[in-house]
Design a protein around this ligand. Structure first.
Ligand SMILES: [Ca+2]
Length: 216
């Protein structure tokens, strides 16, 4: 899903025979959110987040909501998958201290210095969902999906993440192939992620086409 979907367009129709229109419209929707929730009130943004998390939990069984904007699944390969949703501004106070202090972030993708503490992250939008290189607050303006362990062929559709990836960070030493099932049973290789690399935009030919990844 794109952040555009969440926007609220206000259409003001012309009404005949009204001579005077007040300069300040009483119908303007209250708006105190930004980013992915722009145009929403705090309550609307929280409701949207709750609805998106409910959808994620329904899409793939076994998930557990582990934070205001996070869901974790045991991934069947000895690790866990984590999906992070845009955090409404009114919930940002819940973020500090949630991660161990030794964890660092590159564009919001975590890594540390102990085995298994580096992650690879897929972002719904380009430029890492707008997260700064040293940024760590939330996933930015879109969804982010991350793992830290080795994987065989992994269908992004299992996490409702097919045809969405626009940027990525790989803080592990794994070499990751990302592909498109468009010509099943064959596939297109869209890109390769070498260890400790990041890409702010996968390019027009690959954008919103990734269906799976695997280690190679
Ligand atoms: Ca995208």
């Amino acid at each position: 899903m794109s952040s555009v979907k969440w926007g609220r367009a206000v259409v003001v129709g012309a009404v005949a025979a009204i001579a005077v229109v007040p300069s300040v419209s009483a119908t303007a929707a209250p708006s105190d959110e930004t980013g992915a929730y722009a145009g929403m009130t705090q309550a609307q943004a929280r409701a949207r987040l709750d609805a998106d998390i409910a959808q994620a939990l329904a899409h793939r069984a076994g998930g557990v909501r582990t934070g205001a904007n996070e869901v974790e699944w045991q991934d069947g390969e000895g690790g866990k998958a984590v999906e992070v949703f845009p955090l409404p501004a009114s919930l940002e106070a819940q973020m500090p201290g949630k991660q161990p202090r030794e964890v660092s972030y590159r564009f919001g993708c975590p890594y540390g210095w102990t085995p298994g503490s580096a992650w690879y992250c897929f972002y719904e939008n380009s430029n890492f969902n707008g997260v700064a290189e040293s940024g760590q607050s939330g996933p930015g303006n879109g969804r982010m999906l991350k793992w830290s362990n080795w994987h065989g062929v992994t269908d992004l559709g299992d996490w409702n993440f097919r045809d969405k990836v626009s940027s990525w960070v790989n803080k592990t030493s794994y070499k990751i192939e990302v592909g498109d099932y468009a010509v099943a049973p064959n596939y297109y290789r869209l890109w390769i992620e070498n260890g400790n690399q990041a890409m702010g935009y996968v390019g027009d030919q690959a954008n919103d086409r990734a269906d799976f990844f695997r280690m190679v």
